[in-house]
Design a protein around this ligand. Structure first.
Ligand code: KG4
Ligand code: ZN
Length: 338
């Protein structure tokens, strides 16, 4: 059988993503984002995101098919994010995928959003060796996973117990007067700053060596900035951004490398929007090289939420002969990995 042509739909948060792949080959990755509509609220507003998905869905599907130079009739399967994510947002994608599958007579596959963040790397660097460790860091999730096979059960080693890493970037950006979403702005500001200027805390979760906590760090930054302001002093934005970023990156990379070492795994995949962070990429590269771990980070565009990642995992399921979902496939906001 030739590589399957799969259309993937992603709507778990604020990006309406529709991707088309042929096996591990990326043909199209169409995206419509409602991020600007959330900016003034300083975070994603679920109802606003759902409505934006409804408006963007049909045009984004058309754009993806056009860019891939294929018709819906040629597609072998439709894949969609079934969860985890925002309930209303997921529902729009799942309903659209069912409608397309029913109308065109195509098999439907519901996929896990986190597993799709891992599977997307096959589009950039070829098939994933199993097992690998995956660090997924975005505005909605911070998880450390061990992945024997991305189409099968995935074991969660740890996750954040409070804020997601990207959420911490967004909240600290707000404290520093930088726009939403804050990650790219902190990344840029930090380039001119001294990462050793302030020793911000590296949060540890008791009895959970692979879990994360960022709320203490976020509060420490806010207190530090408030103290400066109360004393009538100028806040050194670049230094604070660099010192905060260093604390997040240090914690993420230390935990990920420890997971690889403890589990005797020599491949690390990093995904999610925060994987676009230049300091995270640089530190991960350095420490993985030192520990003889092969690091795989997809290009930034495939790290943030997109439809191609869903299509990439869908194609793998088709290749493995997985059974399609029925038309009563449910959107599950807290879908687990097993
Ligand atoms: O994966 P994503 O696009 O959406 C989800 O949240 O699922 O991730 C968005 C998050 C935001 O919190 C944003 O601030 C963060 O990724 N982000 C970054 C960078 N680019 C995006 N964080 C740090 N450095 C960056 N360069
Ligand atoms: Zn995501």
């Amino acid at each position: 059988m030739s590589a399957p042509l799969v259309l993937g739909i992603e709507t778990s948060c604020d990006e309406t993503g529709v991707g088309v792949v042929r096996g591990a080959e990326l043909l199209a990755d169409a995206l419509a984002s409602s991020v600007d509509e959330h900016a003034r609220f300083g975070g994603v507003v679920p109802e606003v995101a759902s409505r934006a998905h409804v408006e963007a869905m049909v045009p984004t599907v058309h754009r993806a098919l056009e860019a891939a130079h294929v018709s819906l009739a040629e597609v072998d399967a439709i894949a969609v994010t079934a969860g985890p994510g925002l309930a209303g947002a997921l529902l729009v994608g799942v309903a659209a995928a069912k409608a397309l599958a029913l109308a065109a007579g195509k098999p439907l596959f519901g996929v896990n959003h986190l597993a799709a963040h891992v599977a997307v790397d096959r589009l950039a660097h070829g098939e994933l060796p199993g097992p690998c460790v995956a660090l997924l860091v975005s505005g909605g999730h911070s998880s450390l996973l061990i992945v024997p096979d991305v189409t099968g059960d995935v074991e969660s080693l740890g996750q954040t117990i409070d804020d997601a890493a990207g959420e911490a970037f967004d909240k600290v950006a707000r404290v520093l007067g930088l726009p939403f979403p804050g990650g790219p702005h902190i990344d840029a500001a930090a380039r001119d700053g001294d990462a050793q200027a302030v020793a911000f805390p590296r949060g540890v979760v008791r009895d959970a060596p692979y879990s994360f906590t960022f709320s203490g760090l976020k509060t420490a930054v806010a207190r530090w900035v408030e103290a400066r302001e109360a004393a009538g002093e100028r806040v050194p934005v670049a230094d604070v951004a660099a010192s905060f970023q260093e604390a997040v990156v240090d914690v993420l990379v230390t935990r990920a490398v420890a997971a690889c070492r403890d589990r005797d795994v020599d491949h690390l995949v990093i995904g999610g929007g925060v994987a676009a962070n230049s300091r995270l990429r640089a530190v991960a590269e350095q420490r993985c090289a030192d520990a003889h771990i092969r690091l795989r980070v997809p290009p930034a565009r495939l790290c943030t939420d997109n439809g191609a990642m869903v299509a990439a995992l869908g194609a793998l399921l088709v290749e493995r002969g997985a059974a399609p979902a029925s038309l009563d496939l449910a959107a599950d906001p807290s879908l687990s990995l097993t």
